[in-house]
Write a protein that binds this ligand. Sequence first.
Ligand code: PRX
Length: 646
Amino acid sequence: MEKRDIYPVDEKTAERAWIDRTQYEQMYRRSIESPDAFWADQLDQLDWATRPTKMNESSFKRDEVVIRWFADGELNAAYNCIDRHLDERADQVAILWEGDDPSESKRITYRELHAAVGKLANGLKSLGVSRGDTVTLYMPMIPEAAYAMLACARIGAVHSVVFGGFSPDALAGRIKDSGSKLVITADQSLRGGKRVPLKDNVDDALTRAGTDCVERVLVVQRGGDPIDWQEKDLWYHELVEGQSSECAVETMNAEDPLFILYTSGSTGTPKGLKHTTGGYLLFAAMTHRYVFDYHDGDIYWCAADVGWITGHTYIVYGPLANGATTLMFEGVPSYPDHGRLGEVIDKYGVNILYTSPTMVRALMAHGDQVLSTSRRDSLRLLGSVGEPINPEAWHWFHRVVGNGRCPIVDTWWQTESGGHLITALPGAIDLKPGSATLPFFGVEPALLDPEGRELEGAASGNLVIKRSWPGQARTIWGDHERFVTTYFSTYEGVYVSGDGCRRDEDGYYWITGRIDDVLNVSGHRLGTAEIESSLVAHEAVAEAAVVGYPHEVKGQGIYVYVTLNDDTAPSDELKRALIDWVRRDIGPIAKPDVIQWAPGLPKTRSGKIMRRILRKIAAGELDGLGDTSTLADPGVVDELIGSRGR
Ligand code: PRX
C-alpha cells in the first residue's frame, strides 16, 4: 500500500474559489454528457463579434481527422485581451515587467497596452503585413514581445514565436517552414547578465534559410550594443513613432489561425502546430480563471518564456483575456543570486506563482535558506508545469516557497493542447503530491494498453484523450497528414498524447513521462532525432544515439552514444567540441550532458537501434537489461557497460 499523502482542499481556498467540489463534479459531468450546452454556457467568457451557434464539430477518425470549434463564431483575440477591458480597467496594470537587472521595471496599464499594440499594428500594416500573413518573433522577454503577439492578432496576422535560446539554424528552419514575411527581434537579449546577439542570429538565419520570403526585419533596441545593419532592417521605435494608437480590429472567424508554435516530436523536423482563435482563446481564459482561481486584483506570475506554449497561454492570452495583471520576467531566478524569485514575489506582492519542477529543484539544491531574503507572504497559490514533479520537490515547493500555506496545482498539458488538460482546481480537488489529479472540463482521458484496449480502474498505460477540447491544435502547419499520423494513427479514434500514465484507485492521474523518443529536459521538449542528426553532421561522427537519463535538477539529462569515424581518435577535447557543436547547432538547451564513446550500438538484425537498452545503461540500471538475444551483436552491450562514463 502506498502511503496516503493527501492535502485536502482547505476551507478558505474553497470559499473564495470559482469552483468548489460539488461544482466541479456537476460541471465536469455536464461537460461530458451535454457538451454543446456546457460549451454554449462558457461562451460568455469572451466577447464575440458573432456569437457561435456551432460547438464541437471535430472528428478523431483516422480518415477524416478534423478539429473544429465554434465555426460560425467571429471575434478578435486582441480585442478580447485589451479593448473590452478599457471601460472598467484602463488604468489597471496589465503587464508588470521586471527586467533582468533588478533595478529595471515597468508597469503597463491596459490603456498603455492598447496604445502600444495599436501603434505597432498600424506600423505592421504600413509594412504591408495583413490578414493571414505569418510573422516570426524571436525576442527577449520584454513587453514588446507581448505587443508584437497582440498586434499580429489585432490585424489577423499569424505569429510564430521562436524561443530566443534557439540557434540561427533552428530559427532558419522555422522561418522557412512558416513562410514568414516579417521577423521581429531585438538587438540583444539580456538574461542572467549575459547578452545573446539575437539580431546577429537573425542575420545568420536569413542567410541560412536560403529563402527570400522575409521582406523586413523589425528590431527592438534592448541591449544597445552596435549591430550590423542590413537593407531589410528597421528599428521598432522608428516604425511606431508617429503611428496612431487607434487601429481597428480585424474580425476573425473562430477557426482562423492565431499562431503557429513549433515543438519537437520523435522524428523529423520540429512541427509547427497551428492554433486558432476562438477555441484557443476561450480555453486559455477559462483554464486561467479556474485553475489559478484568478480573481480581480490578483497579481499573477507565470515564470515561463513567451517562446513556449506556457508563455503564450499563461503569460499573454489567458491572463489578458481575463483582465488580469500578468508579470513578465526578463531574467532568470538565479540572477543576481538565488534569492531573486522570492524578492520578485515580495516586490510586486505576487499572489499566484506558476513555474516548473526544474526551477524548484534548482532552488532546492541550495537548501531551505535560499529564499531567506524574502517573506513570500502574498502567495496564495502555486502551480507546476512542464514535467512530472517528484514528491520531494513538491513538498519543498509547498513548505519553503509557499510557507506551507499554498495549494499546488500540478498542470499536465502540451503545446498541442493549448491549455491545461489534467490539473487540480484549488477549491475543488484534494491534492496528492506528484499527481496532476483529475481532468479539466470537457477533457476525457483514457489509458490504453499497447494493443489499444482501454484499461479500467487503477491501471497504467498510454494516455490518450477521447474527444476534442476547444484549445486543441488544429493541424501541423502545411502538413495535415503528419498531424494525422503523429496523433491519430497509433490507435483508432483517440488523440495520442505520447505520455505514459498511471491512474490510481481514486481515479487520479500520475504522468510518468514520454513514451516516445522525445526528451523532456528542464521542462523543454527535445527530439532525440534532432540531436542525433546534429551530431552525425559533425565530420568526426559516424553514428550517434541519444537517450534521456534521470537528472537531479533537469528531470532528464541528455546522454549521447557516439561512434566515431575509423580515422578519428576519441579524446576529451573532441567531447567538448561535440557538446559545443550541438549547442551552436540547436541551442544551449540541447547541449549533451554525457557523451560516451561507443565502438558499436546495440541493433536488431534489421538495423534498428535498441534504445531501451541504451536508456538502461545510461541510467545505470545494469541488472534489468532484458532480452538481448534479438540483437545482431549482443557483445556490443557488454562493451558499452564496460566503458560506461568513458
Ligand atoms: O510529457 C509531458 C510533459 O511535457 C510534455 C509537453 O511538452 P510541451 O509541449 O513542451 O509543453 C510543456 C508545457 C505545457 C507532455 O507531453 N508535461 C507537461 N506538463 C506536465 C508534464 N508531465 C508531467 N506533469 C506535468 N504537469
